[in-house]
Design a binder for this molecule. Structure first.
Ligand code: 6R9
Length: 653
């Protein structure tokens, strides 16, 4: 990766110290780094004591058969008990666990005591349907409280869940049901999206016609929209009937710390999706600890909101397991940020007095595009800490987020992690770190990460390479479901004894880490490695650009040529000369080698439901190829829009 261009990512030279009141009351202070460095395993053993164990673990890590880790192996606990019952037992049954906000404006507050009753009923219902410990349950739901209840009910009976995004197709659902050999599917008739009911159940029916789904015995259906849906009697059961008639009491059984908690599929660049397997004790320890440390959660007073969907790992770790293990009060929102108006999120922050907000750079850039005046109409003064996850956050978006959402007052924590890591790994601490916009900065206490070159040697400060994790961590994936060999090949073979995450990164002069995106996205231009992230960041630092996606397209002269797709701010028409101006701008920021050969203004970019740009599809467009798999796109029609803008032959420079 080109070292000289790191300078661009760092054009924002301001540093932001933690506000005095956050620093003074911080849950985790600088001493944590020292304690963890001195005795890493002792530090994690101490964090495990945040949980209630039926049998306390005596062993922290068993690494005798790397990379197959066992954390807290002789401990026993129940995850749902930790997330629900123990808060009721501690006298906090009346505390709101979930403030549910439906897209149509309906709302519902669920206390910990109510959550305990509902989870118990759902666990009893699963038992009645014959779901036994170890059986897999697929969950295909909108963002409604029953989705959380369903996950916790599975955890309670030790039945690993596999949550599949509500927006995935019947095909994607069928593949995942088959791979995990699920016995029951929990779904809803539909959910509300963009102001209208959107059906879910028909996709389940279609998925269940596939031979691979033959072992599904029952479909448990939540009535959310009331729309007409097909029904297979004997197989399909209404949630309100099957769950509603159950006893509100259920005794949670303790399971081994290495009992599987869930499988979550993550699509690699090629091949079938990988079923990432997480287990209980280590996972819950790290999600609870990081949520406590990075959001500085004060459960009595904070109102936390993570805008992710439960269908991806951020929803698992930071809507369900982390916050609830910590006894948090949180917001759960069903819909889109612009229904019925572009200020809906900020209206929700004002309504519930949200203090901690966790969202993705793509959402922040979308809000920037809609204009500063929109958040300005709402009272956002309750906010205390802002988090970002999912993609590198460019310095412009970071600074905008802090200024326009955080009132120029709140810390912004850029948290790097993956489905595979289970929990946050690299992030500032809000009460400790002098924040650098655009950088995830430092591994959290107890985490060891470093940047290495092609040969696996640690790079010097100021240089770039591959981000690797050098020591096992409690919430690490245990394997790929049913495929240990693929687990070894994918993550542990590139660098001996280390986990390779697939991301490029740089260390700046202070040793702080800057993420540069997936290494598959790095472009090779005339012998130079150029990161798509850096060119995108340079483009969005131009006042006319709201969003940018950059890909390398095969080029006979330069190996790859840089192709940029940009969204203009405020949606205004493209003025003459803008493309030239943008090319000159990138050239000035990064050097002439990084100047895009082609720049195309588009209305939308292809994104997954978790907000990540699908550069693979843009590469197909840029190389005039037939499009690859579009099933994970939020809106497959976006690709037609982009292709229709494309001149029939690539323009000459
Ligand atoms: C949590 C989540 C993982 C990939 C990861 C990286 C990118 C996530 C990031 C980030 C830069 C951050 N990513 N957080 N890149 N800065 N703060 O997103 O999991 O869906 O598995 O994606 O997302 O490329 O490798 P997942």
């Amino acid at each position: 990766m080109s070292n000289e261009s790191l300078a661009n990512l760092m054009t924002e030279t301001r540093r932001f110290a933690p506000p005095a009141e956050v620093a003074a009351g911080a849950n985790v202070t600088a001493a944590a780094y020292e304690a963890a460095a001195e005795d890493r395993l002792g530090y994690w053993a101490e964090q495990a004591r945040r949980l209630s164990w039926e049998r306390e673990p005596t062993e922290t890590l068993d690494w005798s058969n790397p990379p197959f880790a066992k954390w807290f192996a002789d401990g026993k606990l129940n995850v749902a008990y930790n997330c629900v019952d123990r808060h009721v037992e501690a006298g906090n049954g009346d505390r709101v666990a979930i403030h549910f906000e439906g897209e149509p404006g309906d709302s519902r507050a669920i206390t910990y005591a109510e959550l305990q009753r509902e989870v118990s009923q759902a666990a009893n219902a699963l038992g009645e349907l014959g779901v036994a410990t170890g059986d897999r349950v697929a969950i295909y739901m909108p963002m409604i409280p029953e989705a959380v209840v369903a996950m916790l009910a599975c955890a309670r009976i030790g039945a690993p869940h596999s949550v599949v995004f509500g927006a995935f197709s019947a095909d994607a659902l069928a593949t995942r049901i088959e791979d995990a050999d699920a016995r029951v599917v929990i779904t809803a008739d539909g959910g509300y999206r963009r102001g209208a009911p959107s059906a879910l159940k028909p996709a389940v029916d279609e998925a269940l016609t596939r031979p691979g789904a033959a072992n599904v015995r029952n479909v448990l259906v939540v009535r959310r929209t009331g729309q007409d849906i097909p029904w297979t009697s004997g197989r399909d059961v209404w949630w309100h009937e099957a769950v509603g008639r159950q006893s509100e009491e259920h005794t949670p059984e303790a399971f081994d710390a290495e009992h599987p908690l869930f499988i979550l599929y993550t699509s690699g660049t090629t091949g079938k999706p990988k079923g990432i397997l997480h287990t209980t004790g280590g996972y819950l320890t790290q999600v609870a600890y990081t949520h406590h440390a990075v959001f500085d959660l004060k459960p009595e007073t904070d109102v936390y909101w993570c805008t992710a969907d439960i269908g991806w790992v951020t929803g698992h770790s930071y809507i369900v397991y982390g916050p609830l293990a910590n006894g948090a009060t949180e917001v759960l929102y069903e819909g889109t940020p612009n229904t019925p108006h572009n200020g809906r999120w900020w209206e929700i922050v004002e309504k519930y007095g949200v203090t901690l907000l966790y969202t993705a750079p793509t959402a922040i850039r979308t809000c920037m595009k809609w204009g500063d005046d929109i958040p300005a109409r709402f009272d956002l003064s309750s906010l205390r800490i802002l988090g970002s996850v999912g993609e590198p956050i460019n310095p412009e978006a970071w600074v905008w987020y802090r200024k326009h959402i955080g009132g120029d007052r709140t810390p912004v924590v850029d948290t790097w992690w993956q489905t595979e890591t289970g929990a946050m790994m690299i992030s500032p601490l809000p009460g400790v770190t002098l924040a650098k916009p655009g950088s995830a900065q430092t591994p959290l206490p107890g985490i060891s990460a470093t940047v290495v070159d092609d040969d696996g040697n640690e790079v010097a400060n100021g240089s770039g390479g591959y981000l690797t994790l050098t020591e096992p961590w409690p919430s690490m994936l245990r394997t790929i479901w049913g495929d240990d060999q693929r687990f070894l090949d994918t993550y542990w073979s590139r660098f001996e004894g280390r986990y390779f995450a697939g991301d490029g990164a740089k260390k700046d002069e202070d040793g702080d880490i800057w993420l540069l995106g997936r290494v598959d996205d790095v472009m090779l231009v005339s012998g130079h490695n150029i990161s798509t992230t850096e060119v995108e960041s340079a483009l969005v630092s131009h006042p006319r650009i709201a969003e940018a996606a950059v890909v390398g397209a095969t080029d006979p002269q330069t190996t790859q040529a840089i192709c940029a797709f940009v969204i203009l701010r405020g949606g205004a028409p493209q003025e003459e000369g803008l493309v030239e101006e943008l090319r000159a701008h990138v050239s000035k920021e990064l050097g002439p080698i990084a100047k895009p050969k082609r720049i195309l203004a588009v209305e939308e970019l292809p994104k997954t439901r978790s907000g990540k740009i699908m550069r693979r599809l843009l590469r197909d467009v840029a190389e005039n190829r037939e499009l690859g798999d579009v099933t994970t796109l939020t809106d497959p029609a976006v690709m037609d829009l982009i292709q229709s803008k494309l001149p029939s032959a690539p323009s000459e420079d």
